[in-house]
Design a binder for this molecule. Structure first.
Ligand SMILES: Nc1nc2c(ncn2[C@@H]2O[C@H](COP(=O)(O)OP(=O)(O)O)[C@@H](O)[C@H]2O)c(=O)[nH]1
Ligand SMILES: [Mg+2]
Ligand SMILES: [Zn+2]
Length: 289
C-alpha cells in the first residue's frame, strides 16, 4: 500500500496524489458499508491496480485532523486571512469571527496584510502580532512579502480567506497560480456553488484549496462560554475576580482581560469583536444551534 492525499473527487472517482503521480481511484466497498465518504484532503492508503494510466483502489482513510463543510475538505492545516490596508478597509469583526472558527477547528492562522503600497500595514499588523499570530505584510502588485508568505504555507494544505477585493487571487498568482484578478468569485458572494473543491499543488510542496474566500465553520456553533478560548491572547491575562469570568459587562478592577485592553496589551478591535460575537452567541438558544 502507498500513501497519498485526495486532491479531487468527481463522479465516484478519487484522484490521489502519491509518489507515482495522481492515481484515479475507486473506493473499496467497505467504506460505503461503514458509512464513510472519502473527502478531498483525506490522507489515504491506496493500492495500484494499473500503472498506465495510473489507477488505484482506495484502501484506507487515515484519521482526520478536521473536516469542513463549506467547502467539504479535510485536514486543512492553515487559513491565510488576507486583510487589505485600505480599499476595502479592514473588517475586523469578520476577521476575528474567522479566527475564532479556525481556532475551534484546530486550523493554524496566518494573517497577510496586503496593499502595503497604498497605506501603512503597521496598525493592522500590530493588532494580530500582539495577539500571537504570524503576520506577513504583502504587496501583491510589487511582489513584496510573497516569499515570506510562501514559507509559512509551504508543505501544508492551506486556504485563503478574506473579503472580496483584498487581494487573495493576486497573492495566489504571486505564488504561481493563474487566477482571475478583480473578479468576485461565487464563494465571495456567498452563493452556493456546485463546483467541486480541489487541492492545487503549491510550488515547493503543499496544496492550496481552490476556493478563495471560503467561510470555514459557522461561528454560531461556538458556545458563548467557550468563545474566550478562541481569542488566544486572552488566556495570559485571565486573572479575574470570578473563576468563570466571561470578560463581558465587567469592570477592569474585576477582570484581567478588560484591564489588559485598557492597558493596550490586547487590541481594542479584538476585544470589540469578542464582545460583539459574545453578545450574539449569548442570545442563541440551545435548540437553535
Ligand atoms: N494597490 C494594490 N492593489 C492590489 C494589491 N493586491 C491586489 N490588488 C488589486 O485589488 C483588486 C482585487 O484583487 P483580487 O486579487 O481580485 O482580490 P480578491 O477578491 O481578494 O481575490 C484588483 O484590482 C487587484 O489588482 C496590492 O498589493 N496593492
Ligand atoms: Mg479572487
Ligand atoms: Zn474577566
Amino acid at each position: 500500500m502507498i500513501d497519498g492525499i485526495i486532491v479531487k473527487g468527481i463522479g465516484g472517482f478519487y484522484y490521489v496524489a502519491c509518489d507515482k503521480g495522481v492515481a484515479e481511484c475507486r473506493a473499496r466497498g467497505k467504506f460505503r458499508k461503514e458509512g464513510i465518504t472519502p473527502m478531498v484532503g483525506d490522507r489515504v492508503g491506496i493500492t495500484i491496480v494499473n500503472e498506465s494510466p495510473l489507477q488505484g483502489a482506495l484502501e484506507e482513510i487515515f484519521p482526520r485532523t478536521n473536516s469542513l463543510i463549506r467547502p467539504p475538505v479535510a485536514n486543512v492545516d492553515t487559513v491565510v486571512i488576507v486583510i487589505a490596508t485600505v480599499s476595502p478597509a479592514p473588517d475586523y469583526l469578520m476577521v476575528d469571527k474567522l479566527i475564532a472558527t479556525a481556532e475551534k477547528a484546530g486550523i493554524e492562522v496566518v494573517v497577510a496584510v496586503n496593499k502595503t503600497d497604498i497605506a501603512s500595514p503597521d496598525e493592522t499588523a500590530s493588532i494580530y502580532e500582539k495577539a500571537g499570530f504570524p503576520v506577513v505584510k504583502t504587496c501583491a502588485v510589487q511582489k513584496i512579502g510573497i516569499s515570506e508568505l510562501k514559507q509559512k504555507i509551504c508543505g501544508k494544505v492551506s486556504a485563503f480567506a478574506g473579503n472580496s477585493g483584498v487581494g487573495k487571487s493576486s497573492l495566489l498568482n504571486g505564488l504561481g497560480f493563474n487566477l482571475e484578478v478583480g473578479q468576485v468569485s461565487k464563494i465571495d458572494r456567498g452563493k452556493h456553488t456546485t463546483r467541486h473543491v480541489e487541492l492545487l499543488p503549491l510550488e515547493g510542496g503543499g496544496y492550496v484549496i481552490d476556493t478563495p474566500g471560503f467561510s470555514l465553520l459557522d461561528v454560531n456553533h461556538i458556545k458563548a462560554e467557550e468563545l474566550k478560548k478562541y481569542f488566544r491572547e486572552f488566556a495570559q491575562y485571565e486573572v479575574c475576580s470570578f473563576a468563570d469570568c466571561a470578560h463581558y459587562g465587567v469592570k477592569a478592577k474585576n477582570c484581567g482581560v478588560v484591564a489588559a485592553v485598557e492597558q493596550g496589551k490586547i487590541g481594542k478591535t479584538r476585544f470589540e469583536s469578542y464582545v460583539n460575537i459574545y453578545s450574539i452567541l449569548k442570545n442563541i438558544k440551545e435548540w437553535e444551534k
